[in-house]
Ligand binder design. Sequence first.
Ligand code: SIN
Length: 296
Amino acid sequence: MEVVPRQPTIGAEICGLDLSQRLPDAVFDDVYEALLDYKIVFFRDQRLTRDQQIAFGQRFGPLEINPFRPRGKSQPELQIINNDKDNPVLSTDVWHADLTFRKKPTKLTILRCLEVPACGGDTLWADMCAAYDGLDQCLRERITELGAIHDFRNFRVLYKDDPAQLRRMEEQFPNPTHPVVITHPDTLRRVLFVNRQFTVRIAGMSGDESRQLLEVLYNQAGVPEYQFRLRWEPGTIAVWDNRSCQHYAVNDYYPNRRRMERVAVAGDVEPFFAPTARPSRPYASIRRVHAGEGLS
Ligand code: SIN
């Protein structure tokens, strides 16, 4: 297996693996380590069935069922993304990490490309560790102990004619408050954890102050130096870490078709902030962090 970085801190291609086969444990560990390092890794020319995609996802942990997206009939953990002129994009063309309106947001996502237009339909990811590191010190200190409220807001449109079902969804997903800056549970790096799609307000702040601050923080995902952009091909599989990056699916291919299937690994911890855990750059320190070193 070879890990080929495509940007300095985010995005790496992994070559030499066939994901339709069960990977030996040591190889799987190396894939996970590359994922922690590069936040999104991708594999070309994979020929997986739905069951094989599910089995690959389950190696990382139990899969979640997306409450808002169309699902596979006999495989509810499989989410179908199928956009063309009759099925407009819903909310993937906004910077976000997946399902941060859950108490335990999605851990990882595994997206498999089935069909892409001749051009367009790329996905971008932004490194939210680099985004945090890039803030000036005053702002980092200002936001470090704040919490922010998350909501499934763009999906509310699905229930515009069914207020009773909307109320049921609100009961199922009461707005959690997550730290604005979280500690990544595996790398112990700090991550800027607000996103334009689901973060609605800074807790305990006036509406105006919260809006102004969130606007500055949301915009960090748009900084090109923090980004990686993937041109999809049928057979490309991307795996990303929702705890350390955000993504944006470019909505530029109407009326053509783009078809993807994905599974997502359920979150296993509530996002937290650990004041003493802040390993410094460079990212190569991740191996040492696993060995219990690198903490300040
Ligand atoms: C998503 O937002 O999870 C979908 C990403 C994509 O379709 O590229």
